[in-house]
Design a protein around this ligand. Sequence first.
Ligand code: NAD
Length: 470
Amino acid sequence: MSRGAFFESVSHYFDRAARLSSIKPGMLDQVKSCNSVYRMRFPVKQDDGSILVVEAFRAEHSHHRLPTKGGIRFSKHVHINETIALAALMTYKCAIVGVPFGGAKGGVCIDPRTASEGFRERVTRRYTAELIRKNFIGPDIDVPAPDYGTGEREMGWIADTYKNLKMNEGNPYACVTGKPVSMQGIPGRKQATGLGVFQGIRCCLDRAEDMKPLGLSTGTQGKRVIVQGLGNVGYHAAFYLQTQGGALITGIAERDGGIFNPDGLDVDEVYRHQQATGSILNFPGAENVADSRALLERECDILVPAALENQITAENAPRIRAKIIAEAANGPVDFQAEAILLERGVLMIPDLYLNAGGVTVSYFEWLKNKAGVSFDRMVSRHEELVKREMIDELESLTGKTMDAERRKRLIKGPREEELVVAALEETMIRSYDQVHDFWKQRGLPDLRTAAFLHAIERVAESYTHHGIFP
Ligand code: NAD
């Protein structure tokens, strides 16, 4: 697989949408260009005492809004063009869900599977120090988050390093999101991307007019789903599709193979099996599929690639039998595969909308850190008082007394996680409606083109308002 293929795909999707806009070429160049890239190499001591020179990047794609925002990826396949393409997607993603950030992305070229915890910590802290040195991180400059191969633990190390090197800065914890809750993270961030994927799929399947040509009924209930990648995004997407959406998770593809059961797999049980045995294979009652990628070709209603880019290419696209491809990962379908799938009437929910739940909740976390107060603290007690008054009034009007347990449940003010989940859902629904309306009202060929064009117009508008372009 060419390392430039993903970059080429994002560029192709941008150009295709840009051709349909009336924005002037200079402005389009600005919206497309990556504003700055920092490429670094630094030495890190390995566990055996030897030195490894680590290559890493941070790309800030667009400064039209500050701070810039985007995850940090740990993978031995990290490449400068991949980092730039992911940063560009972040710009468009933020524009679609109305999060006031420019796009960015980080990449560190290490293998997260073989790196010890100590080595990961040394790499993460050194990478953070490098970013500080070149002004590529800060609450109002550039705010990283988790991505493939990283999670809460790495974000905690980043926050701690930043705080210690920038003692005098107000709200240093706002320099990164996706932190543990105990380090001023926000409850709900860990599951946000996967939950948003589920909410986005539900929005799509609620449209009878779009389901009819696919021969599908509306709603996720009973739909057969195959998921690729049981990591943060894949696990949570599958979990919510099954538990809240009533879908049947018939297949899960992982790096070392896949499992299949036409009657459905219990996602939590599979996860526990993976934790216990180190693999999803040999899950009781499921068929082992040695060729993990071949599992993507099995018949299903919805295919959810949630691992990496370029998983569906011109080579395997003709054999994909899913009716809907829900892009939980960034760039899982390359542009040549997309042409084949569109031709066959497959509906694709594009990454730049579907996996934007992570950055949406990261925005809430950043706001909380900047404000220095949690969201529930400001509303919970007030809501309880208002509800108590209403129930007292109802009781005096009806002369009936409410059961004590029920009263307690109804009166309870919202917890922070409930506020986050509700705000995320509102964002995913509103953004889907906007992109969908754009698609239909402008007569655009597909959802991805609509999402790109919508994002391009929003970013261009923002540049115009900044007075950069008359
Ligand atoms: P992760 O590291 O938590 O999980 C990735 C999973 O994919 C792992 O379980 C890994 O074993 C599996 N995998 C790797 N190669 C595979 C292959 N060839 N076949 C099957 N499985 C394979 O990463 P994540 O955070 O879940 O990210 C997954 C995707 O979602 C990436 O494209 C990432 O950019 C995107 N994304 C993540 C977030 C986030 O908040 N974490 C937000 C938006 C987008």
